[in-house]
Write a protein that binds this ligand. Structure first.
Ligand code: NAP
Length: 289
């Protein structure tokens, strides 16, 4: 089945992989970056989409600066919440399905185990509130949006973005001789963007709707993740474990925000690759780039 798919945020880490994945499946794509359209300018969205007449609109655009959002909560809200409202309204008007990405940060991370879709949300800061509001707007205006919550995304696209990703940050820090301190008391499920893009395509073609968790599948502390990255890259910087107490950030973060992929797998979607394999794959893709 050939679908017409509009992708917002198509220059981001996930967006580039979504474009690759859907184009390899024979879909007709409208790849939108900020250079084409600012999603906070609501008036331009519907005419742009109407001219393409998509079956599916995928929103991988986001304001992801978790700490900066504490200084400018309105900017985060405009992109992560109000723009999703505009996209949902446009989808309703054009009878298109909306696929929207959200975050593990909608949870407070106090459960001490991987979160399921049934768990109550409790965002801890401006970024998290804005992302949860985006989910609510999508659900308020559409019968059947597909909302995919993910966690700690890393993909080769991060090589070309100013924000990069955790692996790039670690590799950059390793190139200086200073010890690297990483928090040991925060656990997430880092997610490989190409693997997430492939599962997203499976979900779209299976016609899934509702909220789904699609994290990397392995709960791991950021410290242990950094260790895995350096082992995989055969690098040996001085890595020290630290804690939230010693390493304060502007935004509060959930201490344990790993996501359970149980619902995704029950729906028949291919399980995520093992974290070690995904990191190896990332490093190989990085070397090729
Ligand atoms: N990255 C993570 O660790 C993480 C964790 C959990 C959930 N998520 C979610 O996963 C999704 C994909 O994240 P990602 O890692 O691919 O993010 P990313 O690499 O930061 O890409 C986001 C893209 O959105 C674009 N964008 C931002 N504001 C825009 C605007 N006003 N108009 C149009 N485009 C705009 C950005 O363009 P510019 O580069 O020009 O700003 C960028 O290309 C997002 O929904 C994110 O919230 C990410």
């Amino acid at each position: 089945m050939s679908l017409r798919i509009a992708i917002f945020g198509s220059a981001g880490q996930l967006g580039v992989e979504l474009a690759k994945e859907f184009s390899s499946r024979g879909c007709e794509l409208l790849r939108l970056t900020r250079a084409h359209v600012d999603i906070t300018k609501s008036a331009g969205l519907e005419p742009l989409l109407a001219a393409f007449d998509p079956d599916v609109v995928i929103n991988a655009a986001a304001y992801n600066m978790v700490d900066v959002a504490e200084q400018e909560p309105q900017a985060a809200f405009e992109v992560n919440a109000l723009a999703v409202r505009s996209l949902a309204l446009a989808c309703r008007q054009l009878d298109a399905r909306l696929v929207h990405f959200s975050t593990d940060y909608v949870f407070d991370g106090l459960a001490g185990r991987s979160y399921t879709e049934m768990d109550p949300t409790h965002p801890l800061g401006a970024y998290a509130v804005s992302k949860l509001a985006g989910e609510l707007y999508a659900q308020a205006y559409l019968e059947n949006p597909l909302i995919i919550r993910t966690s700690g995304v890393y993909g080769p696209g991060g090589l070309r973005t100013a924000r990069g990703n955790f692996i790039e940050l670690m590799l950059r820090l390793a190139s200086s001789s200073n010890p690297i301190r990483v928090v040991e008391d925060h656990v997430a499920s880092p997610t490989y963007a190409p693997a997430l893009a492939a599962r997203t395509a499976e979900m779209v073609f299976a016609g899934l709707a509702g909220v789904f968790h699609a994290g990397g599948g392995t709960p791991i502390s950021w410290y242990e993740f950094a260790r895995l990255i350096f082992e995989s890259a055969d690098m040996h910087p001085e890595l020290r474990a630290t804690s939230e107490r010693e390493y304060r950030t502007a935004a509060r973060r959930p201490p344990y925000s790993a996501l359970s992929n149980g619902k995704l797998e029950k729906a028949g979607i291919t399980p995520m690759p093992a974290l070690t394999e995904a990191v190896k794959d990332y490093l190989a893709a990085r070397a090729r780039a």
